[in-house]
Design a protein around this ligand. Structure first.
Ligand code: UDP
Ligand code: MG
Length: 318
């Protein structure tokens, strides 16, 4: 019987410190799983450090190592998409290079996927230690809001670390949108998913590529990507304000008829003008977010550009 092939996709952005440690750990797991073949696909997401050279040397000494190097930094989402597209495995897994996704789980994930009726074994981290108070608060609020307003469930604490069947990967690749939010896309395509949980791990080396504002922007992007509720919300505010002003007009007419028309209420008028114009701009802003996304989608730009792969390495060696 032919052995299964597992593709391991590892996005890397300035990870020269973490790559050797990751390579060592993953090799331990690979040597334990003798019944499976592996391909390791590293994505160099426009790193400015020694990442690419490291990947070149790994690929030239180890046959199972492949790499895709982008022409610039396109973001982790683009890296994931490129990896999925280039993968040839019967099963595909995504892993961070910083060992925050424990590679040792892979064997268990593969066994479950082979023996039980699942299409995907996904992971979520249950603890958030190491996060600041503010980040914990915002994360909690974010999951509450997005799950209320999006029809696609977004699991709290879900990580990108997961093992999927080829069938599921092919379905994901059919969603070729430019603004990618993988957690939503994985959920949107459906299939049977089993969730494994583990404690949040510390990064082995290097630093996180996310800061608070980047995460905030990412969360807004995911809301725009997976829900149109903000649009209905702005329409609702508009309607509500029409209703209020209608009632106010009637009240003022009656008051004037009864008490005459003393000129008063200038300050309150200014406040109302400010409030209403603020809300109008806010709603136009929401509209703008959707329009901007639509604009980017209609341009149909490629999600990533490959500058070099391990195949180029082989050519230049000849
Ligand atoms: N990453 C990437 N491109 C980016 C940012 C990050 O490929 O623009 C990779 C990074 O090298 C790592 C993974 O995505 O393997 C997760 O990044 P990070 O550890 O910084 O995120 P965190 O775990 O803190 O959420
Ligand atoms: Mg990390």
């Amino acid at each position: 019987m032919q052995k299964d092939l597992i593709s391991i996709i590892v996005p890397c952005y300035n990870e020269e410190e973490a790559i050797p440690l990751f390579y060592q750990e993953i090799n331990k797991v690979i040597s334990k799983m003798e019944k499976v073949n592996f391909e390791l696909i590293f994505i160099n997401d426009g790193s400015s450090d020694n990442t690419l050279n490291l990947l070149r040397s790994l690929a030239s000494t180890d046959k199972k190592v492949r790499y895709i190097s982008f022409s610039r930094n396109f973001g982790k989402e683009a890296g994931i998409y490129a990896g999925l597209k280039e993968s040839k495995g019967d099963f595909v897994t995504l892993m961070d290079v910083d060992l925050q996704d424990p590679p040792t789980l892979l064997e268990e994930m593969y066994t479950i996927l082979k023996n039980e009726d699942y299409d995907c074994i996904a992971t979520r981290s249950i603890s958030r230690h190491g996060y600041s108070f503010l980040r914990k608060l915002f994360t909690k609020m974010y999951y509450k809001i997005i799950n209320k307003i999006s029809k696609t469930p977004i699991v709290d604490g879900a990580r990108d670390f997961r093992l999927m069947t080829r069938q599921m990967v092919d379905s994901i690749l059919e969603l070729s949108e430019y603004n990618r939010f993988s957690k939503g896309i994985f959920s949107w395509v459906g299939y049977n998913t089993k969730w494994l949980t583990y404690e949040n791990q510390e990064r082995v080396a290097g630093t996180t590529k996310w800061n608070f504002f980047k995460l905030f922007a990412y969360s807004l992007e995911s809301i725009v990507g997976f829900s149109t509720v903000p649009l209905s919300f702005s329409a609702l505010i508009g309607l509500l304000f029409c209703l209020i002003s209608f009632i106010m007009i009637i009240v003022i007419i009656i008051r004037t008829l009864i008490f005459g028309d003393p000129v008063a209420g200038w300050p309150s008028l200014v406040c109302i003008i400010f409030l209403v114009s603020g809300i109008q701009l806010f709603c136009i802003g929401i509209l703008g977010e959707y329009l901007a996304k639509t604009y980017l989608e209609t341009k149909k730009r490629p999600i990533y550009i490959i500058k070099e792969t391990e195949k180029d390495l082989k050519k230049s060696n000849k």
